[in-house]
Design a protein around this ligand. Structure first.
Ligand code: NAP
Length: 216
């Protein structure tokens, strides 16, 4: 696939590199310096190059949106027409200094984004807590009190498999109910991230399983 990276920081840089090494055509765009984009493209070792957001979006099969929420409008403006494109977003709806959500519990970043780009197909992914939290989670795994991992879904068979996998990798699976609960997991996962940093009891992790397909 041709994949345009809109935002080549921690998330865009790493995911773009993985996509290029997996054989996809990748265009890295949107960083504060062109040299960085060129370095990412060189180090990705696959079929990758540096470009503008417009070049990344042009003829892309899919776009990865990986900028701070405050930069979303700017990068989309530079990207131009994204009609019909799949936009995979990991941009969490945070305020300028990333201390608070800018979207409350009645919506989500993905829904707000979908309203900005009505002719594109928005997929929310990587909307987990920040990666730094995971380091503590892996340490906590070794303790007797295993960190919890929240999951939700409508298919009991699939949920049983998920619970087994979660247990296997060292977490305590907590069934959060049906799939409709998933819309609340974005603010919820941020809350969990905050607890991980601030609470005495140690970190916990929220995760989100989604079904992609017709009618959902
Ligand atoms: N990091 C995580 O573990 C994680 C996990 C889940 C979701 N997220 C979300 O994913 C999004 C991206 O996170 P990230 O950690 O990848 O952020 P990041 O490392 O700060 O990447 C943002 C990118 O935007 C570029 N940028 C910022 N301001 C710009 C400007 N004025 N002009 C041009 N480029 C500009 C940055 O350029 P430079 O490269 O020059 O700095 C960088 O390439 C955020 O919404 C975050 O909440 C992050």
């Amino acid at each position: 696939m041709r994949i345009g990276i809109l935002g080549s920081g921690l998330m865009g840089g790493k995911l773009g590199t993985l996509f290029a090494r997996a054989g996809h055509d990748v265009v890295f765009s949107y960083a504060r310096g062109e040299q960085k984009l060129k370095r990412l493209a060189r180090e990705a070792q696959g079929n990758a190059r540096a470009g503008t957001p417009g070049e990344a979006a042009h003829e892309a099969d899919a776009l990865l949106l990986a900028v701070h929420w405050s930069r979303v409008d700017d990068v989309l403006k530079q990207a131009g027409d994204v009609s019909g494109k799949v936009i995979v977003t990991c941009s969490l709806p945070m305020n300028a200094d990333s201390t608070d959500l800018v979207i409350a519990h009645t919506s989500s970043g993905a829904e707000a984004l979908a309203k900005k780009v009505r002719r594109a197909h928005v997929v929310s992914a990587f909307g987990t807590v920040s990666s730094e939290v995971l380091f503590d989670v892996f340490n906590a795994r070794r303790k007797a009190n295993r960190p919890s991992l929240i999951y939700c879904g409508d298919d009991q068979g699939a949920k049983d498999v998920a619970a087994t996998l979660i247990r296997d990798v060292g977490f305590n699976p907590v069934d959060a109910g049906p799939l409709r609960i998933a819309r609340y997991t974005e603010p919820f996962s941020l809350l969990v991230g905050q607890l991980a940093y601030e609470s005495e009891a140690g970190p916990e992790l929220a995760y989100r399983f989604e079904r992609f397909g017709k009618g959902r």
